[in-house]
Design a protein around this ligand. Structure first.
Ligand code: C5P
Length: 401
């Protein structure tokens, strides 16, 4: 059976769709899953713990301060002793709590404490789903690496209203669970990857530095996409203002030399994707003290020296990863420059993008890339950086196969 041995922690929150969760428990168990249920207080107004317990054939957890339950498994173990946390139905209220890190009952505490993948099946009135706070919470939850199935369009159970808000059907939810737990959908399982992202800051003195406009959005998205395909990902990030991606180990560095050190320390790896906009030069002798301006005197010239080339070092390393991917900011002769770069850097693939000010790529959310490899050049359409990441991760998995 497809879910044999898989342990699902099912959180049922308080909505009329809770009646469908009873069928959901049966469907999951039919496929071999073990289901451990948690009910919120409101859920117990819609269906009884007795029914949930009978169908799941086990204890129903409901109280954060239950002395018996805490001695038996405890909320932290509940949060970790499973392969997936499924919330069905997920009410607007519970989603708001998760998005904001509230932990004021057993369900929300477990959701904050878990390090397992989380799948939400939202169910609510269409107006609540469309409301601005819910829209914001959904974006936050997705950004935190949480997966959503539904809600679907259709008639609402409690009123004559129709719209988007119905909980997905139990079998759709089961399919989503299988998709998330199926190792076949994780072609990079067992692989390790190093990704660099963001700019570097090269100090001039303790308060000034040389930098560039890289936001880290593309590199971070690639790290997250590789992790979603099952890779064990270390992200080496320069100074950025975006959050660390979910499911990835992030190492923060400032300077190119620190980035190189962090990258080589994490070798060997199967995959290296060097996305960072590493500063080409650093100040030859950065000052230990703030450089003072001298009235009437011209500023001292800044002597620069070349930074190490991290991609080139990795591409020629004795522990060279099986697949080395570089980026190239090109505006002309993309194919010829890309091919030359492949050879010079020892890379298997170069992702060339246009970073001219008109393109809006630097700091923006979209990217238009060309993939250059020994096989030739492949032009991708204008895509969101997340979609470029998704496609690149899939291509990497295919190449490694
Ligand atoms: O040589 P160029 O800067 O065009 O090469 C870009 C590619 O090389 C990117 O993948 C970038 O991350 C990497 N690079 C690097 N270290 C440098 C300069 C660039 O890893 N010092």
């Amino acid at each position: 059976m497809v879910l044999n041995g898989k342990r699902i922690l099912l959180i049922i929150s308080g909505g009329i769709a809770a009646y469908k969760s009873l069928d959901l428990i049966r469907r999951l168990r039919e496929r071999g899953a073990e289901v451990r249920p948690i009910m919120t207080k409101a859920a117990q107004e819609f269906i009884t713990p007795l029914a949930v317990g009978a169908l799941s054939s086990g204890h129903v957890y409901a109280d954060l301060f239950s002395r018996e339950d805490e001695q038996d498994v405890g909320h932290i173990r509940l949060a970790r002793d499973c392969d997936l946390v499924l919330v069905a139905p997920a009410t607007a209220n519970l989603m708001a709590k998760i998005a904001n890190g509230l932990a004021d009952d057993l369900a929300s505490t477990v959701l904050l404490a878990t390090d397992r993948p989380v799948l939400l099946a939202p169910a609510m009135n269409p107006k609540m789903w469309a409301a601005a706070p819910t829209r914001r919470n959904v974006e936050t939850l997705k950004g935190d690496g949480i997966t959503l199935i539904g809600p679907m369009a259709g008639e609402m159970a409690e009123s004559n209203e129709a719209g988007v808000g119905r909980m997905a059907e139990p079998l759709q939810i089961v399919d989503a669970v299988i998709g998330m737990l199926d190792d076949g959908a994780k072609p990079l399982k067992g692989r390790t990857a190093i990704v660099t992202s963001g700019p570097t800051h090269e100090p001039i003195d303790p308060v000034r530095y040389i930098a560039n406009r890289s936001s880290g959005k593309q590199g971070h998205a690639i790290a997250a996409a590789l992790a979603r395909l099952g890779a064990d990902v270390t992200l080496i990030s320069g100074p950025v203002t975006i959050p660390d991606p979910a499911g990835v180990t992030t190492v923060h560095v400032e300077r190119a030399e620190e980035m190189l050190e962090a990258v080589t320390r994490h070798l060997p790896a199967d995959i290296a994707v060097m996305v960072a906009a590493v500063a080409d030069w650093r100040v030859a002798a950065s000052s230990g003290q703030k450089i003072k301006k001298q009235p009437g005197e011209a500023p001292a010239p800044l002597a620069l020296t070349e930074n190490p080339d991290i991609l080139k070092t990795v591409g020629h390393h004795q522990k060279r990863p099986k697949l080395v991917v570089g980026f190239a900011a090109e505006t002309e002769n993309v194919e010829a420059n890309g091919r030359a770069k492949l050879a010079r850097k020892g890379a298997d693939m170069i992702v060339a993008n246009d970073v001219s000010p008109e393109s809006g790529v630097m700091g923006g959310n979209r990217n238009r890339v060309k993939i250059i490899s020994a096989e030739g050049i492949d032009e991708w359409p204008d895509l969101a950086k997340d979609d470029v990441a998704e496609r690149l991760a899939a291509l990497i998995a295919q190449r490694l196969d």
